[in-house]
Design a protein around this ligand. Structure first.
Ligand code: GLP
Length: 244
């Protein structure tokens, strides 16, 4: 595991976008695994700038997102499809038909999960998987549990995640209670895993994920077993790691 400790969120975004930009240049048809959340916003902004100012070309890039809320259409402003369009896809020269997000309105969620795993199999694996981390150590929507779930699956969100994500909705009642999430196999099968985190609120999750025991109670801890993982964190997010 390579851990890059940077001064702040801005530097974290610059470092992450550099790694992603380098891959896009060296493999123009790469498959990128992408997350939502506030953490990757700066990375997406920097990649958009690189697309405009440095001719970073996304025209042959494919993307696979980690998750989506159940019950929200891709047009709903808080859906992860809308998040990706508004914050990234609409601002780069990507072919939107090459971008994939689970369908939160699928009539049969189980079938949608299988379709998503088939899609992953079709691509083989992602060339790079960017991930954020929840305060309770969740990755995508893989919540703390008794066992890791390998496949894409339906998740019941924990109170901690609902509380953390309610800031994007008008009120807590509007936050969906379930989601479709890529499983840990899809995430871990990537060639290069990049975890980004910033701020004190993530310090406990970062410490446990990087230095604690590997346990499904902290889904992020599984990254310790990946052969090529880069953790890019600011000093605040690293502040509790010295205790391990
Ligand atoms: C959501 C997403 C995760 C993300 C997490 C942290 O639950 N499903 O992929 O890592 O939020 O979000 P943030 O970056 O806003 O702290």
């Amino acid at each position: 595991m390579k851990i890059l400790v940077v001064a702040d969120e801005n530097e974290m975004s610059v470092e992450a976008s550099r790694l992603i930009g380098a891959l896009v240049r060296t493999k123009p048809n790469a498959v990128l695994g992408l997350p939502t959340g506030s953490t990757p916003l700066g990375t997406y902004r920097e990649l958009i700038r690189m697309c405009y100012e440095e001719n970073l070309d996304f025209s042959r890039i494919h993307t696979i997102n980690l998750d989506e809320y159940v019950g929200l259409s891709g047009d709903h402003p808080q859906s992860y499809r809308a998040f990706m369009k508004n914050n990234f896809f609409d601002h780069i020269n990507i072919d939107q038909s090459n971008t994939h997000v689970p369908n939160g309105l699928a009539e049969n969620v189980e079938e949608e999960c299988r379709r998503y795993d088939d899609l992953l199999r079709h691509y083989g694996c992602t060339d790079l998987q960017l991930i954020g981390i929840g305060q309770n150590g969740h990755i995508a929507f893989n919540e703390p549990a008794d066992a890791f779930t390998p496949e894409t699956h339906l998740v019941t969100l924990t109170e901690s995640t609902i509380n953390a994500n309610q800031r994007f909705f008008d009120n807590r009642e509007e936050v969906p209670r379930t989601a479709i999430s890529m499983g840990m196999r899809g995430i871990m099968s990537t060639k290069h895993l990049i975890l980004i985190a910033s701020g004190e609120g993530k310090a406990d999750a970062v410490a446990k994920s990087c230095f604690g025991p590997v346990t499904p109670e902290v889904p992020g801890s599984l990254i310790q077993l990946h052969p090529c993982v880069t953790v890019i964190v600011d000093e605040a997010a690293m502040s509790l790691s010295g205790f391990y």
